[in-house]
Structure formats: C-alpha cells, structure tokens
Design a protein around this ligand. Structure first.
Ligand SMILES: Nc1ncnc2c1ncn2[C@@H]1O[C@H](COP(=O)(O)OP(=O)(O)O)[C@@H](O)[C@H]1O
Ligand SMILES: [Mg+2]
Length: 253
C-alpha cells in the first residue's frame, strides 16, 4: 500500500487545463521527486492533493483511504502535511512557537494522537517542550528558538515551516521548493534530513528546482510538463530521457 496515491487527476481553471490525468504514488519510507518547468502544475497538484483545489476528476488515497471528498483540515488530521512555495509561517511568532503551534494543533486531534509517530524521535511520545526541542535540534534551529521568524532569511524560515509541519506528525509530507533560499551546505544538510525522515517511515513528495538535490535524495522522480507526467523512474532513467532534457533539464545535466 502506498502512503499517497494520486489517480488520474485532472484540474481545470476555467478554460485552462492545469493537470491532465496525473497519477503518482509515494510509498512509506521514500522520498519521491516531482520536477518540471514553472507553470507545469506542481503546486496545483499539491493543492488538489490537500483539497484546497477541487479536481475535475481523479482521486487521492492516503494510507489506503480514499480522501478525495473530504475537507483539507480532515486530510491534515489523517496525516497529510505540507509546506508552501510561498512560505506560510507565523512571522510575528518565535521559531519555537511556530513549531509548538504544529504540535499543539496535533494535540487537539485526539483521533491521531495515539497512532502518529514522531519521525525525529523514534516514535516516542514526548512532552510538548521536549518535542519542540527535538525538532529544533534536528533542523539546526535551536540557537534561533526565541528569534521572531519574520527576522529570519527565507531559507531558515522554510526550515521553521518544515518544523511546524513535522510537529503535526504527518505520514505523508508534501514539500514545495523547500530548499530555495538555502546555501550549498544547508542544502546538503537538508538532503540528509529528508533521507533520515524517510528512513523512519515518512513518505515525502518533493517539488524542487535544485535538480542535484532531487537526484541525490529521490529513488523515484516524476516529471511534469504542461500538466502531464512526461516521464517517471529512477534518477538515471529521468536524466537520460530525451523529452525531459528538452522540456526541463537541458543538455549536460
Ligand atoms: N488558482 C488558479 N487559477 C487559475 N490558474 C491557476 C491557478 N493556480 C495555478 N494556475 C495556473 O496553472 C498552471 C500551473 O501552475 P502551478 O501549479 O503553480 O505550476 P508550478 O507549481 O509547476 O510552477 C499555471 O499556468 C498557472 O498560471
Ligand atoms: Mg509551484
């Protein structure tokens, strides 16, 4: 059973078809890449998976359960987490409070409380403050715990957003360009973190323009162009696909 399964998803905005019959799957414990040019429909796919956008047709299954008809907040409660291309953080709150917010929201979801694992703490159930600390430590944000997020550079604010998402203990995490704004060292650390999270069982769908990062952390990659999947497979398969080179990668990647 895949953690996330999208089947034949089509999304139209008026006369514009943003997604055409897109199918993809993310298994537990895997980082799966979704790449393609600007405007290809990557963010629209995330929005449709979350239920923010209503698809014309197609279905979404989360841990085997069809969630196509249910509202966004219930999908979150069932274990769907995400971060946003245009960063969604509580800018006036501190770094620690942003992470705490994710945890506190989860604590009100009693239904998931007993089953969700903390992927950074081997499944242990920790008191809130200890869990905030585990997440901040792992994201390298401990020294910034009391800093207001609005004062941080974008790259670090993106990590805070990831921390908030992890606080909710998702089973599937959708990351929309999480490495934009990170420098090379930070990106390398971020890649290691993604592998560690997946190694603990989380299913991750990664949208990212840093092709080097995608190729190094993903076992499976889907390529979207004009709303359709034009190729999928392991990094070598995708890298050598002529349609992908023409549409997105260019020669010499
Ligand atoms: N809410 C919307 N209303 C109308 N068109 C939209 C909306 N959201 C996205 N689009 C269009 O759908 C296409 C795909 O956009 P998007 O999913 O943001 O692409 P990507 O994330 O791959 O860059 C673009 O042509 C974009 O302009
Ligand atoms: Mg986008």
């Amino acid at each position: 059973m895949s953690a996330l399964e999208v089947s034949s998803m089509t999304v139209r905005f008026g006369g514009h078809q943003a997604l055409s019959e897109v199918s993809l799957a993310v298994d537990q414990g895997k980082v799966v890449g979704l790449i393609g040019p600007n405007g290809a429909g990557k963010t629209t796919l995330f929005n449709a998976v979350c239920g923010v956008v209503t698809p014309t047709s197609g279905s979404v299954r989360l841990m085997g359960r069809d969630v196509s008809g249910i509202p966004t907040h219930k999908r979150a409660r069932l274990g769907l987490g995400r971060t946003f291309q245009r960063l969604e953080v509580f800018a006036s709150l501190s770094v620690a409070d942003n992470v705490r917010a994710g945890i506190e929201i989860r604590r009100t979801w009693e239904r998931r409380g007993s089953t969700a694992r903390q992927y950074l703490a081997s499944g242990e159930d920790l008191p809130t403050e200890a869990e905030v600390q585990v997440i901040l430590d792992r994201l390298g944000l401990s020294e910034l715990a009391d800093v207001s997020v609005g004062a941080l550079p974008t790259g670090q604010a993106r990590l805070v957003e990831l921390g908030r998402a992890l606080g909710a203990r998702p089973s599937v995490l959708l990351l929309d360009e999480p490495a934009s704004g990170l420098d090379d060292n930070e990106t390398a650390d971020f890649g290691k973190l993604l592998i560690e999270l997946a190694g603990a069982g989380l299913g991750i769908l990664l949208v990212e323009h840093d092709v080097g990062l995608v190729m190094s952390v993903c076992e499976q990659i889907y390529v979207l162009d004009f709303g359709s999947v034009i190729a999928s497979g392991d990094p070598d398969t995708v890298r050598s696909n002529e349609a992908v080179v023409a549409a997105y990668l260019g020669a010499g990647t």
